[in-house]
Design a protein around this ligand. Structure first.
Ligand code: F6R
Length: 610
């Protein structure tokens, strides 16, 4: 949440920062701002709303040193005053911040006693004045004042600070929120993730928690919180610029939905060989024995990643016969869970930055668990704090509503546990080969599922004005129902609920009337007859039924109002294809309702606050 950028070099900083903010806008879009140093002046422009409003604003654009921010509001409503950068009282320092300063209240009281005044409601304005105060009273350099201030701060942050007294310098630091530095001869870039940096350089340093970096036009230095110099680990970025563009699609979300045949194939590339029956997942090899001997597996995640965990629970228990518990990371961390030394905890996250998931990981590690990450974003915090892990290789996901990350998570988890089942001997060799072959066919089946796009667009026209939706599925398709409902809610703002289809009669059936669309994920599987009965129950009460069904289903098309066909696959792999029509349905309904599909209200891509 919130994106920060910085630039120091010889070029015009304004356009570099502005472009960077556009790339980071998916992290928050309540307001945006830029601070630039021009000679001895510090010029700040900030505006409520999206980066485009900042771009339209009349402002000074000169300077080759600057910082910028795009905000997801925590403290204080979205308005110009609360927008970053924030200026210190004497006008010498400007700061941008991603995260939360928990003890800002007490710091503010102390600063007020000393005569400081505040024009915003933010914790960030408190922090910049705290730094100013330390710098003044202790006559410290900017970097030392930042270090001392941060040693007294409780909370999570990534910050960047500039000073008009020290014009060849950006000081940045992180704890709990990400920060990447881009390195180029005579130029340095700073950002919350690599997306603003990749078009300038592919040499980067991911700052570690507690580190402070000083960037000048000539050099950069990294120190830890105790002021001890660190040797930064320089990495080469593998992201390609075109992965960050819409590539001819109207929205990132649509690009990402349609990219799933490729992203699923990318997850399997170099790992799964259908011909030889080989499955290699390099990232978690040292813990393969521990996985094999696990008495149980805990999965922690949030949102869509939690739904992927629920699907995984079904196939891990079925294939490996290991009990699985899937936990909302936010609940897990606050409920004193039972974790035994050596338990396996799997953390699933697209962004690798979700604060609740990070906190759940820390708790599990403290209690002696082995924590494995299934993460998309390379170099992210979760990838770094887990004992081992495997990347999805799905490419950057930019649409705020998660789509391709879900199918990539399922693909990677399936590979891990299919292999484990084989090693444990809980499935026969021929079943292993059959499932492996079927997994290898998922990219082409995802492409077939996408062919329903035009039909779904038409169905969406009839449903766009509904005020509520129910999504029902059984077995493997129950988590898919939850995911379908979440997708609709978050981008169309229509209330939607997902339920196990059989649970309908225990309550939700009371909602059904002729106005209520009910989406059944009714692909052919072990509970097909049962779901037919559930459809009947809805039709009897005049509900509008939309059913996704597998090709050749002779019964369902005759019973329902709308059908969407999905290709046949093994039921344990079905979520990989049955989710696709639901992603498209939410996309088209949202589009027809005129919402911002890629940047839905109140949401942000990386949820770095609790
Ligand atoms: C839904 C969505 C969120 C995320 C959740 C976890 O479309 O995007 O529910 O799935 O915030 O995020 P990650 O996977 O980055 O940990």
């Amino acid at each position: 949440m919130c994106g920060i950028v910085g630039y120091i070099g010889t070029k015009d900083a304004y356009s570099i920062l502005l472009k960077g903010l556009k790339r980071l806008e998916y992290r928050g879009y309540d307001s945006a701002g830029i601070a630039l140093i021009d000679d001895l002046n510090l010029n700040i422009t900030k505006k409520e709303g999206k980066v485009i409003r900042l771009e339209e604003a009349d402002c000074k654009k000169e300077g080759s040193v600057g910082i910028g921010h795009t905000r997801w509001a925590t403290h204080g409503e979205p308005n110009d005053e609360n927008a970053h950068p924030h200026l210190s009282n004497n006008g010498s320092l400007a700061i941008v911040h991603n995260g939360i300063i928990e003890n800002y209240g007490s710091l503010k009281i102390e600063l007020k006693k000393k005569g400081y005044h505040f024009s915003s409601e933010t914790d960030t304005e408190v922090l910049v004045n705290f730094i100013e105060d330390i710098q003044k009273t202790e006559s410290l350099s900017l970097e030392d004042a930042v270090r001392v201030a941060l040693s007294k701060v409780v909370g999570a942050y990534a910050i960047a600070v500039i000073s008009k007294e020290d014009t060849n310098k950006i000081v940045a630091a992180r704890k709990g929120s990400p920060l990447v530095i881009g390195l180029k001869n005579g130029e340095y870039f700073l950002a919350s993730d690599a997306s603003p940096i990749v078009e300038h350089t592919n040499e980067v340093v991911y700052l570690n928690d507690g580190e402070i970096v000083v960037l000048t036009k000539e050099n950069y230095f990294v120190k830890d919180a105790k002021d001890i110099p660190q040797t930064p680990y320089v990495q080469t970025l593998e992201i390609k610029l075109e992965e960050l563009e819409k590539g001819g699609y109207d929205h990132f979300m649509l690009k990402e939905i349609f990219g799933q045949p490729d992203s699923i194939a990318d997850c399997m590339r170099g790992r799964l060989n259908v011909d030889t029956g080989n499955l290699v997942l390099g990232g978690i090899q040292s813990y393969s024995k521990a996985l094999q001997n696990a008495d149980r597996i805990l999965i922690v995640a949030c949102g869509t990643s939690w739904h992927a965990g629920l699907v995984a629970e079904y196939f891990i228990e079925e294939l490996c016969r290991i009990p699985v518990e899937v936990e909302y990371a936010s609940e897990f961390r606050y409920r004193n869970p039972i974790i035994k030394e050596g338990d396996i905890v799997i953390a699933i996250s697209q962004s690798g930055e979700t604060a609740d998931t990070l906190a759940a990981i820390e708790l599990a590690k403290d209690r002696g668990a082995i924590v494995l990450g299934v993460v998309n974003t390379v170099g992210s915090s979760i990838a770094r704090v887990t004992h081992e892990g495997t990347y999805l290789h799905a490419g950057p996901e930019i649409g705020v509503a998660s789509t391709k990350a879900f199918t990539a998570q399922l693909t990677v988890l399936y590979m891990i546990f299919l292999k484990l089942a084989f090693h444990k001997g809980t499935i026969a060799q021929n079943k292993y080969r059959q499932l492996l072959t079927e997994l290898g066919k998922i990219p082409e089946k995802a492409a077939i599922a996408l062919k329903s796009n035009e039909k779904i667009k038409e169905i969406s026209k009839r449903l766009k004005d509904a005020r509520n939706f129910l999504y029902l599925g059984r077995g493997y398709n129950f988590p898919v129902a939850l995911e379908g409902a979440l997708k609709l809610k978050e981008i169309s703002y229509i209330h939607a609920e997902g339920y196990p289809a059989a649970e309908m009669k225990h309550g939700p059936i009371a909602l059904i009337d002729e106005q209520m669309p009910v989406v059944f994920i009714a692909t052919k599987d072990g509970s097909h007859d049962k779901i037919i009965s559930n459809i009947q129950e809805v039709k009897t009460r005049k509900g509008i039924v939309i059913a996704s069904e597998t090709k050749g289903d002779a019964v369902i098309p005759k019973m329902v109002d709308y059908t969407i066909e999905v290709p046949v696959t093994h039921e344990s792999l079905m979520p990989l294809v049955s989710v696709i029509p639901l992603q498209l349905l939410s996309y088209h309904i949202a589009l027809l309702r005129g919402t911002n599909v890629d940047q839905p209200r109140n949401l942000a891509k990386s949820v770095t606050v609790e």
